[in-house]
Write a protein that binds this ligand. Structure first.
Ligand code: SF4
Length: 244
């Protein structure tokens, strides 16, 4: 893993590469962001943004959604995939909010993760963007990029959250997560575009020559499996060399 200073340097350089990184989900209040984040699992924010206007017109708050006809909710969220499960989850969350929180979304991690179907990733997105409470959300992009760069070393999202936030000031947690998400979507994809990466010289994954295997086409079932990825104040800082 990188040192604390090197981690901050790398994140500062990525923030410079992706200025203004923030969630791409459209929302106007904490309830809408909570629902939109749940719907964003296994699909794109753009797809979610296509369905939520009609969903929130019909069910503008948790009380309305808690009394919804499940079949109608399924119809509205169908384009996001896994629509039966997602419809069940958002109606269940709405009922829990109505029953336990007077219809309001709580602004505390402990209360959010006790809502059905809400984990730390969703809770951190809501805290960071709806309430201005520092939250470092670890989605699949953050998990991949943080491990490749050596910002963290774990396949467990909770461990990655703990490792990265341990070396960052809380004020930077939300923007650091948003930046890594954008970097994972635009540059450090599963087959990474390292020539376009601002921190290539600091990257353990690139330095280890693992890019060729990441870019290689999927092998036939009987062939050997490709090697797994090797886990191996921010703004304006130049990226440093990795340290171990
Ligand atoms: S150098 Fe390549 S593998 Fe490393 S962070 Fe950048 S895009 Fe990802």
């Amino acid at each position: 893993m990188l040192s604390a200073d090197a981690t901050r340097d790398v994140l500062g350089a990525l923030m410079a590469q992706h200025p203004g990184a923030t969630t791409e989900l459209a929302f106007s209040n904490p309830f809408e962001l909570l629902v939109a984040t749940i719907l964003s699992a296994q699909t794109t924010d753009r797809r979610v943004n296509q369905v939520t206007p009609a969903l929130f017109r019909q069910y503008p708050d948790s009380r309305a959604l808690s009394a919804a006809d499940p079949a109608e909710v399924e119809r509205l969220v169908r384009p996001t995939g896994f629509f039966r499960q997602k419809a069940r989850t958002i109606v269940g969350v709405a009922r829990a909010l109505t029953d336990r929180h007077d219809g309001q979304v709580p602004a505390e991690m402990a209360a959010l993760v006790h809502l059905p179907g809400v984990g730390r990733k969703t809770a951190n997105v809501v805290l960071g963007h709806a309430f201005g409470v520092p939250g470092f959300a670890v989605d699949r992009h953050v998990l991949r990029v943080a491990n490749r760069l050596g910002l963290a070393a774990s396949p467990d999202p909770d461990a990655v959250e703990a490792q990265v936030t341990a070396v960052l000031p809380p004020a930077d947690w939300t923007v650091a997560s948003d930046t890594l998400i954008l970097h994972g979507r635009r540059v450090c994809r599963p087959a990474p575009l390292c020539d376009a990466c601002a921190v290539r010289r600091s990257c353990a994954f690139a330095g280890a020559g693992a890019i060729a295997s990441a870019r290689a086409p999927r092998r036939p079932a009987r062939a050997a499996r490709p090697a797994a990825e090797t886990p191996r104040g921010l703004r304006g800082r130049a990226p440093g060399r990795k340290s171990r």
